[in-house]
Design a protein around this ligand. Sequence first.
Ligand code: PMP
Length: 458
Amino acid sequence: MLSNSHDLIDRATVIHQQTDLVAYKDHGGTIIKRGEGVYIYDEQGNKYLEAMAGLWCASLGFSEKRLADVAYKQLLELPYYHTFFAKSHVPSVELADRLLSIAPKGMSKVLFQCSGSEANDAAIKLVWYYNNARGRPEKKKIIGRVRGYHGNTVASVSVSGQPHMHGGFDAPLPMMRHTENPHYYRFHEEGETEEQFSTRMAEALEKLILAEGPETIAAFFAEPVQGGGGAITPPKGYFEKIQPILKKYDILFLADEVICGFGRTGNMWGSETYDLKPDMVSCAKALSAAYQPISALMISEDIYNAMLDQSGKLGTFGHGFTYGGHPVACAVANETLKIYEERNILGHVRQVGPLMQAGLEATEAHPLVGNARGIGLIAGVELMANKEKRIPFAPEAKAGIVVQDEAQKVGLVVRAIGDRIAFTPPLIITAAEIDEMLAKFGKALDAALPRLKGAMVA
Ligand code: PMP
């Protein structure tokens, strides 16, 4: 990479998130300058097809002028106000109404926050608040899943099951538990069907609940499709078997729709795609097409009623952030939801999603690829050192990073999650752009093969 003055200043000043800081200090990274449609351009003018929509979020690509115009208009009219102390503002009211009108069934009230992490953090607090209000102060533990991802605040990272985000940070908090990762391809036993695997996963969850004591378990958090865990779709029957167990032990279910919400899986919600009946839903990212930081936590009437009971005793509902439900962010989110409807984004995802899935599944013919699966416009492609025997690469081979680097060299941004390469392009991607993305990915795999030959297992 050419070093320019921004690169050098960046290395000298900025703490990069989720980055190998030692490598960054020595080698720097890529400074992105501008975006257009599904493409981004770096400072040297190199063009990349952004097959991750940034961080699974820039659903309308990188140049939607309507969102810029709406933000500007709102900045002129009311650039800031809050929703504390019985105040409100028009963009927040309009967004709440629109969002609840398309929300998964059973959602009754919405709390606006600034990020997915904050929405999930607030959910954790509400779960505790709810059980305090219900006179069950011992019902406080929250179960997440190994490789699940729910954010990076102290509490949301604790429900997440990402060991590299726990080590060094004194996480997880003591009241969090983790059940098994339902990644069928990687963890099924020889001859075990998806249904049988799902049964085993549900049994493991029930065993954990019983071991801890159901009276101590307050909630279960899950993403419909596991994003940060590797873009992993649930195995057949998984949620059908999990949900009755939650009901049986009176455990609240939060569907984390931060990635899946707003069309990613081909329906408005991943909860629709997988027939989930959550008590709480968190969403962010595509809520504003990522043009403004905003998230939402939606809850059922039952949870809200318990909060009302409690507020009789405690007075003020003591939670809130300065920028939660920021008017500019709400206005942009409102416009984003209008655009989804006007342009029939769901119909578009249903049309082009299968092209991406078929193209990625075809990469299973490549010597490096063991498994490629997804739904709608989200998918993961898993690299294997020996795919016949399902032997993964040794971590030192950094197979995922090698493929990610080769992709960037040919103008494609993908994300290596371990050795699983994730794809979540902007929802507006066209069939021709999907072809281009697939062709570039094919080149990246071919270029990675000689680099990884020595790490493959016979
Ligand atoms: N939940 C899920 C499923 C996510 O993928 C993410 C972010 N990738 C979060 C929560 C956290 O969102 P944020 O980064 O906006 O805090």
